[in-house]
Design a protein around this ligand. Structure first.
Ligand code: SF4
Length: 439
């Protein structure tokens, strides 16, 4: 089921978009947003030294660190291509380094990249800079350099601590490494240390999940993303290495989630929604409570910027009324950029109706409620209200012709409620599937 980091969701985007139209859209939206909210930047750093067999990310496995220079040069060129579309100095409000493994890159190379971006930008006074770190290779030098440039949040991919699970997913990562990386980040001054965990991996049991969570909460991560493993061997070759008999059944997977969630909540974590848990001392929790939560391709965020620029292979940009995704293969990405052309592969320009329904979905996932606009009454009556009746009968929402609100139980079925507003699913078999899972 979609996580609705975009609407329409990626499968409904066009396979190619007009580059001139995209550049014009970016130019206009940048001018509208830059001095009001600032902009967000996501940089995809795709290299990893070894393959985790569960992984569905866009990554390139190599131990040859010479690849760093060529890649950083391409990002620099891409940034300069976008910089030409910006008629004012960009104000950076949010920046996230994701991957792949961003900490594959040496601290010196990362510093070089960030300096190139920062030297022609203004840093917003309430900026939030964050990075995905691998507990095995995030060094004190990395952390000190990032801290000196304004990074205060780091997310570590922990996934599972059980040695047998780690062996089968080819991610050997002793808990000692997680502990050291966490303590180092805190000692240097990072104020939010986040962990990613996964349920549904091969050989996981309720006991092993409980052991993992027990261990990780001893480090009090500020946020935990507790993701469901998506087994898609037809799309991810590495997942074909699993003996499928080692995977939990659908029922066992639910038990893993329920056990994990119970333990997190017993230990003071609040369920923000869409697999995210946070301690009440974390900004994300406060933003959720105060109705200030936002959502973009990087997940939940406390910062609002109406324009997200994605740099690097496979990155997605979002201008608020258009999406564009870069080429997914490195050689295609390099070929465009080295030809002084943006490396856009696919995307979507949103209609007014798309934008309105996107807002409904964002409101529900960030605030648990939304108000309907009169001009959409006909589309709502035809496609959405019948589904709301079903959701209300199941106790997941309360609604009338003006607004909808999630109930406490509905909070846990947020994606299903969002799917009711997805007009692209309205006639498809996928819709029935979504609803049969909810009820
Ligand atoms: S899970 Fe992370 S570290 Fe492992 S292969 Fe995927 S991107 Fe690389």
């Amino acid at each position: 089921m979609p996580r609705y980091t975009s609407y329409p969701t990626v499968p409904f985007w066009k396979d190619s978009i007009d580059l001139t139209q995209w550049e014009q859209n970016f130019r206009t939206r940048f001018s509208e947003e830059n001095h009001v909210n600032g902009i967000s930047i996501y940089i995809h750093l795709p290299f990893c030294e070894s393959l985790c067999t569960y992984c569905g990310c866009n990554k390139k496995i190599t131990t040859n660190h010479k690849v760093e220079n060529e890649y950083l040069l391409a990002i620099e060129k891409e940034w300069l291509l976008y910089r030409k579309l910006m008629k004012q100095t960009p104000v950076i409000r949010e920046l996230h380094l994701g991957g792949g493994t961003p900490t594959f890159f040496s601290p010196g190379n990362l510093r070089h990249l960030l300096n190139i971006i920062f030297k022609s930008s203004i840093i917003h006074p309430f900026h939030e800079f964050s990075i995905e770190g691998h507990p095995n290779n995030t060094t004190t030098e990395h952390l000190k350099m990032l801290y000196s440039l304004g990074f205060r949040r780091i997310s570590y991919g922990v996934q599972d601590n059980d040695p047998e699970v780690q062996k089968i997913i080819n991610r050997i990562q002793p808990f000692e490494n997680v502990k050291k990386a966490t303590e180092n980040a805190r000692a240097i001054g990072f104020t939010s240390v986040n962990f990613d965990l996964i349920y549904g991996l091969p050989l996981q049991t309720v006991e092993s999940i409980n052991r993992t969570i027990n261990q990780v909460i001893s480090l009090k991560p500020d946020r935990i993303a507790f993701y469901s493993y998506a087994h898609v061997p037809w799309a991810s070759k590495a997942q074909r290495l699993f003996d499928e008999s080692h995977l939990p059944s659908a029922e066992e997977k639910i038990q893993l989630y329920v056990a994990g969630k119970k333990m997190l909540m017993k230990n003071g974590y609040a369920d923000i929604g869409m697999d995210h848990f946070a301690l009440p001392t974390d900004d994300l929790y406060r933003a959720w409570k105060e109705g200030r939560l936002h959502r973009n391709f990087m997940g939940y965020t406390t910062q609002y910027s109406g324009l997200l620029l994605g740099l690097g292979v496979s990155s997605i940009s979002d201008t608020g009324n258009a999406f564009a995704q870069n080429q997914k293969a490195l050689h295609d990405y390099y070929a465009s950029i080295n030809n002084d052309k943006l490396a856009i592969k696919k995307g979507y320009f949103l209609s007014e109706e798309d934008q309105a329904f996107r807002k409904y979905i964002l409101d529900i996932s960030c605030k648990g409620q939304t108000q309907f606009l009169k001009e959409h009454t006909s589309a709502l009556q035809q496609h959405v209200f019948p589904k709301l009746d079903e959701l209300a009968r199941d106790g997941l929402i309360v609604w009338n012709e003006k607004e909808i609100r999630l109930t406490e139980q509905g909070h846990y079925f947020m994606r299903n409620v969002c799917a009711a507003f997805d007009l692209y699913l309205k006639n498809s078999a996928a819709m029935n599937q979504v609803f049969s899972k909810a009820i």
